[in-house]
Design a protein around this ligand. Structure first.
Ligand code: NAP
Length: 302
């Protein structure tokens, strides 16, 4: 029997609906959550991502804005902007759109975002908290993978999870989250020897490489759950493709996330969840804005 497909778009829609309800209740008793995206330069792909994030935020009732700096902006300009956003009252979430132009130091910039407003979970404090097993804000893609598993009733507990990819944004935090959720975790990467030998041991196989079609049927244990995080645009068809070679993997796996429509839609949804969490924390710090109704909505994770 071919693998069952997980409908990430439907799960993301459900999360957004839950968020909308939560925000409606907040607005009736206080202010809505507010997020700002910082974009340096005018890279077309980044502009699309920024617009999508802004649109998604507004759809659930958040206030959102974009702060743009020219491509040639100096590090001091970016620092100054981030410092001023850090101090802006009523601003709950700051996102720094990556990649930055090569002359700018992304680590230095990320460190200026106060951890309580760092909804991308990239500040060293938030990354450190995750590493210690006491997560605060976790990057949205790994969080989205965990939420997909939760909503599909696929408990990682006791399963052998193999993650292919060790990036700061996806592979590494995902490994820590899965560990936190009681999986036995192996991380593979481009220097791993005998990748198929390693991945064939996985009950839960997660591909996050950006190497299209890397994972074939020969990499997959029969009945495994396969999560495809990879997104690459095929230049010949202009379509999005994942890391998983579906024709050979579908007959072997039990469950699979498609590309597009799997993990991708969950990423923005979880960013919004993180923003609502930031709002709630800040509402405590800024009692004047504190709502009186206490909606619970999504966002228990992390
Ligand atoms: N669904 C979403 O919303 C979402 C969000 C973020 C990213 N993505 C996608 O996920 C993919 C990974 O993103 P990223 O930011 O983590 O990328 P990245 O920073 O380029 O990291 C890729 C990782 O994959 C490993 N790798 C690459 N080719 C490999 C191969 N042939 N065999 C084994 N390992 C290999 C690399 O190993 P080394 O460390 O040894 O170089 C690296 O650890 C991309 O396609 C990206 O577009 C999707």
């Amino acid at each position: 029997m071919p693998a069952r497909l997980v409908d990430g778009a439907a799960h993301a829609r459900a999360i957004r609906a839950e968020l909308r309800l939560a925000v409606e209740r907040l607005v009736s008793s206080g202010r809505p959550p507010r997020i700002t995206v910082v974009q340096v330069g005018d890279d077309p792909a980044s502009t699309v991502y920024v617009r999508n994030k802004q649109r998604a935020a507004e759809e659930v009732g958040f206030r959102s804005s974009v702060e743009r700096l020219p491509r040639a902006a100096a590090q001091a300009d970016l620092d100054q902007l981030l410092d001023s956003l850090a101090e802006t009252p009523g601003l709950d979430a700051i996102l720094l759109q990556m990649p930055l132009p090569a002359h700018l130091d992304a680590d230095r910039a990320l460190a200026r975002i106060p951890p309580r407003k760092d909804v991308d979970g990239l500040h060293p404090y938030n990354a450190g908290r995750l590493a210690q097993g006491t997560p605060t804000f976790v990057p949205a893609t790994p969080l989205g993978v965990l939420e997909l598993l939760r909503r599909e009733h696929l408990d990682p507990t006791g399963r052998h999870a193999v993650i292919v990819g060790r990036s700061r944004l996806v592979g590494r935090p995902l490994a820590l989250l899965l560990l936190q959720n009681h999986a036995t975790v192996t991380i593979a990467h481009s220097r791993t020897r005998d990748l198929p030998g390693i991945t064939r041991g996985a009950d839960l196989l997660i591909a996050a490489t950006g190497s299209p079609g890397l994972i074939t049927g020969g990499h997959v244990k029969p009945g495994a759950i396969v999560i495809d995080v990879g997104i690459t645009r095929d230049p010949s068809t202009n379509r999005l493709i994942g890391d998983v070679d579906r024709p050979t993997v579908d007959p072997v796996a039990s469950v699979i996330t498609p590309v597009p429509g799997g993990v991708g839609p969950m990423t923005i949804a979880m960013l919004l969840v993180n923003t609502l969490r930031a709002y709630r924390q800040q509402a405590v710090l800024e009692p004047a804005d504190r709502p009186t109704g206490g909606p619970i909505g999504p966002g228990r994770q992390a």
